[in-house]
Design a protein around this ligand. Structure first.
Ligand code: 2NM
Length: 342
């Protein structure tokens, strides 16, 4: 029996295991209940006591060797796949790679900018950290306006007397455009903005806006209405109605808010429009002469219109999303639903 066990040690050492099938065959042959080792342990019971001591030690060593071999093989097969396999079929198709998708905010932002670039608007972008003048001063916000308050605006520590802040609207980009370019100016400014709000289903401390600006000789409120009418039809469809309500903004005079007939119920009344048949989508107006002058544009010669809308709001309407927080949580179950347009 002694020499039989020695032969088996050599045999086990020389076996090569390259895939899970071979590992299972090895286990069945040597280590299973009906395997060689089990047989040997049965035979061992028949030995006389003098022989048992030596053969018992040998047998245990053989068992440990076989177990170690099997475990190592399993690990290396798991790590390297079928590394030892010679006949891999290289003509097989590769494993399917999951495609990413665009964020719904990016999709809607792209739709909005497409609609305006088609009628001659340029796209202008600017910094998210702004100084007080570009965000408030130039835009005709009085010194004591509540938006300038710590409660509403995130200020950035500058280490000196200058006031830096996270922009609260993208109008600050348009201030720079008006300072640097001569009319006619036709531009839209998409981008992320920040306000010091308590986060809820309807408000967030960061969101996205598209603002539009048109400055030239003889620009009128009628031009503004026509452009927004075109936008709504392109964005939501030909049978959508619009209406304007008077409003107030420091940077426009007169100012208005624009509603569209509810895209969910068609104006009959539903929870989305709170039974009114209308939903507000943007604010707009004629650029205040002070703003034009602050930016070096002669307000006697030129007039302008401007408007601003929240991209989240439009996206929530378009895809019927009820909670704004979804946009910032990056939950794959949410994001992977927007695969259609690439
Ligand atoms: C709005 C509403 C009304 C606006 C004004 C300007 C600028 F730079 F010309 F003064 N840009 N955008 C504006 C006007 C924005 O958002 C609700």
């Amino acid at each position: 029996m002694e020499s039989k066990v020695k032969e088996l040690v050599a045999e086990v050492e020389s076996v090569s295991i390259a895939n899970p099938d071979q590992a299972e065959q090895f286990r069945l042959k040597y280590l299973s209940k009906k395997g060689i080792l089990a047989e040997l342990f049965e035979e061992f019971k028949t030995l006389v006591p003098e022989q048992r001591k030596l053969v018992g030690k040998q047998l245990n060593e053989l068992k440990q060797l076989a177990e170690k071999k099997l475990n190592e093989a399993k690990e290396s097969v798991a790590q390297n796949g079928y590394s030892g396999e010679k006949n891999i079929d290289l003509s097989l198709p590769a494993e399917h790679a999951e495609l990413g998708s665009r964020h719904p905010i990016s999709l809607v932002r792209a739709s909005i900018t497409d609609i305006f670039t088609k009628i001659g608007f340029t796209i202008s972008e600017g910094p998210e950290i702004e100084d007080d003048w570009h965000n408030f001063g130039a835009l005709n916000f009085p010194e004591d306006h509540p938006a300038r308050d710590m409660q509403d605006t995130f200020f950035v520590e500058s280490g000196n007397d200058e006031k830096w802040l996270l922009r609260t609207h993208t109008s600050s980009v348009q201030v720079r455009v008006m300072k640097n370019q001569k009319p006619p100016i036709r531009t839209i400014s998409p981008g992320r903005v920040y306000r010091n709000e308590t986060i809820s289903a309807r408000a967030h401390c960061q969101f996205h806006q598209v603002e539009g600006l048109y400055v030239d000789e003889g620009v009128s409120f009628a031009n503004l209405k026509q452009t927004l009418y075109y936008f709504v039809h392109e964005m939501f469809g030909e049978d959508i109605q619009i209406r304007f309500r008077p409003s107030f903004f420091p940077f426009t005079e007169p100012s208005a808010e624009m509603d569209i007939s509810c895209i969910i119920c068609g104006g009959k009344g539903c929870p989305v429009c709170k039974q009114s048949g209308w939903v507000e989508i943007l604010g707009c107006g004629m650029v205040h002469p002070n703003v034009l002058e602050n930016c070096g544009i002669d307000s006697k010669k030129y007039t302008g219109y401007a408007f601003g809308m929240g991209i989240e709001r439009i996206t929530m309407l378009r895809y019927q999303i009820k909670d704004l927080r979804m946009f910032f949580e990056n939950d794959m179950r949410f994001l992977s639903q927007f695969k259609s347009v690439l």
